[in-house]
Design a protein around this ligand. Structure first.
Ligand code: IPE
Ligand code: IPE
Ligand code: MG
Length: 254
């Protein structure tokens, strides 16, 4: 059928969305948004221009995910290791949530997007935390796509915190070490009420996880592209979903 359509209309006129199986849309997509700096450098611009342009891609891809019917979109925005960057860059990045929300919250509200944050709030500057908490509160009752920003997030820290909580439960006599199950870890991770990602996307050509959702990605499909995040479009996003739909997920079975 698709081949006939292509023959009739030519490949370019077949919209990518029409080629997707609407019964097999990933419920949860996680993205490592990488390559802002290199995108800027390749155009002779400062790194900050790359981060700014990357913000536009956040809006674009949130809308694309919403159109597909994705239920959870989790975006890696700042890692626990990104504090190592020059102070000026960190300060710039910490201003982006405010700027993003000031310009986009209205449209996100219209789409009933629910904003969440996954990460450690304690180290964030007050102005960043305030902007994020304000957006979380305003969108808390929205029933659309759940858009989670991984901000000051690190998977190893997340797992250490979970292990500490389980240790406390053992000390309090709530369970013995022999009773510790996967479900105990799960309930103490920052994703306790979110299903594991079905699909992980990383842009910019890097083939690594950089401390992102190590537990939760155990059985996720992974898709990597050389495209830098600021130039990542809805077509690229749909291409990732199309590739996901070609995969057979076996979870160790047959
Ligand atoms: C991703 O782009 C954004 C953050 C990590 C905050 P980078 O800033 O890592 O861009 P590259 O990898 O240096 O090109
Ligand atoms: C991962 O990108 C973190 C985010 C996208 C927020 P990095 O650019 O920090 O990762 P490395 O340093 O290349 O592994
Ligand atoms: Mg990078």
């Amino acid at each position: 059928m698709l081949q006939r359509l292509r023959a009739l209309f030519g490949k370019a006129s077949v919209k990518p969305l029409q080629m997707l199986d609407t019964d097999n849309i990933p419920q949860h997509i996680a993205i490592i948004m990488d390559g802002n700096g290199r995108w800027a450098k390749s155009r002779g611009l400062p790194r900050m221009a790359g981060h700014h342009s990357g913000m536009k891609a956040v809006k674009r891809i949130t809308m694309a995910a919403d159109r597909l019917g994705v239920k959870y979109l989790t975006l890696y925005a700042f890692s626990t290791e990104n504090w190592k960057r020059p102070k000026a860059e960190v300060e710039f990045l910490m201003k982006l949530p405010q700027e993003f929300l000031a310009s986009e919250l209205k449209d996100l509200m219209e789409k009933r997007v629910q904003i969440r944050m996954m990460g450690y709030k304690g180290d964030l500057p007050d102005h960043t935390l305030k902007a994020v908490e304000d957006a979380i509160a305003k969108t808390a009752n929205n029933d659309g796509i759940v858009l989670t920003f991984a901000l000051n997030y690190g998977s190893r820290k997340e797992m250490i915190e979970a292990v500490r909580s389980i240790g406390q439960d053992v000390q309090d006599g709530k369970l013995s070490p022999g009773q510790i199950e996967e479900s105990h870890m799960q309930q103490y991770l920052l994703t306790a009420d979110v299903p594991d990602p079905d699909l992980l996307i990383r842009t910019s050509g890097e083939l690594r996880l950089s401390n992102f959702m190590l537990w939760q990605l155990a059985y996720s499909e992974m898709w990597f592209t050389d495209v830098y995040w600021p130039e990542f479009t809805e077509e690229h996003f749909n291409e990732a979903v199309r590739e996901y739909q070609r995969r057979a997920r076996r979870y160790g079975g047959l």
